[in-house]
Design a protein around this ligand. Structure first.
Ligand SMILES: *[C@@H]1O[C@H](CO)[C@@H](O)[C@H](O)[C@H]1NC(C)=O
Length: 239
């Protein structure tokens, strides 16, 4: 009888372990207290960023994307291809608040974006006709994310889905540009323009950095959305 019981117990345990969808590193926070959430999110980031292929969460560090195309009001056109962003892995979580199905998360990171670019037109007071390699180094970007959650029952399982999210950012240190061939055929002009862009990085980011950063933040948070869509609520939250 004892033996039968222990076999039944093993089977029961195993059906629980098989049914679990979330990776082992996901540990729920009892009562969703700020300190626990802050620590959990901090501990989870480096494990989460390579992606979770079994549930369709892509890698966010490195984060790859094929093409960003923009035409800015001043007539500047920019194409960004073969993009790779790194850095999210080392984000530091500053603060997490959770109330009324809303999470406010503040974190800061250093981010590097690399790729190939083409740009043509006017930026601030200089003309560009560039085609080359681009590297942007963003140091100390403060990200504030607000996520709204709602219960959603699918196939009898309750999920805690991200209904919508908003991310704002402030660059607390600076952006450094490293762009080759900003003015086709003229290394001297290219260098002068590059120096100018770096000296005026704030204005440059205001003019054309926004769409790139928005794009990347959206790709990253789409994956956060998939994560919550796929993992049952009871694996994430213990009240
Ligand atoms: C993950 O990557 C695949 C392939 O590039 C893409 O089709 C899919 O939309 C991506 N998922 C998310 C959530 O971005």
């Amino acid at each position: 009888m004892d033996k039968l019981f222990s076999i039944a117990f093993v089977i029961l345990q195993c059906s629980i372990c098989l049914a679990k969808i979330s990776p082992d590193y996901i540990k729920p926070c009892v009562g969703l207290k700020s300190d626990c959430l802050k620590k959990n999110i901090q501990d989870t980031i480096p494990l989460y960023v390579p992606g979770i292929p079994s549930i369709g969460v892509n890698s966010t560090d490195p984060l790859k994307y094929d093409l960003i195309e923009m035409e800015l009001p001043g007539g500047l056109t920019i194409q960004f291809t073969d993009g790779v962003m790194t850095g999210l892995k080392k984000c530091i979580v500053d603060d997490v608040k959770f109330e009324n199905n809303e999470a406010d998360i503040t974190l800061h990171c250093d981010i590097v974006i690399k790729g190939k670019y083409k740009a043509k037109g006017q930026i601030l007071i200089v003309s560009l006709n560039g085609d080359g390699d681009a590297k942007l180094k963003i140091t100390d970007i403060l990200l504030k994310a607000k996520l709204k959650f709602a219960d959603k029952v699918r196939n009898g399982v309750t999920h805690y889905e991200v209904k919508n999210y908003k991310v704002s950012y402030t660059i607390r240190d600076k952006v450094h540009f490293d762009l080759t061939n900003l003015f086709k055929g003229s290394p001297e002009i290219s260098q002068t323009v590059l120096t100018f862009l770096n000296e005026n990085w704030k204005e440059v980011v205001n003019e054309f950095g926004g769409p790139i950063i928005d794009f990347i933040v959206n790709v990253a948070f789409k994956n956060v959305q998939v994560f919550f869509r796929e993992i049952p609520k009871d694996e994430l939250i213990v009240l």
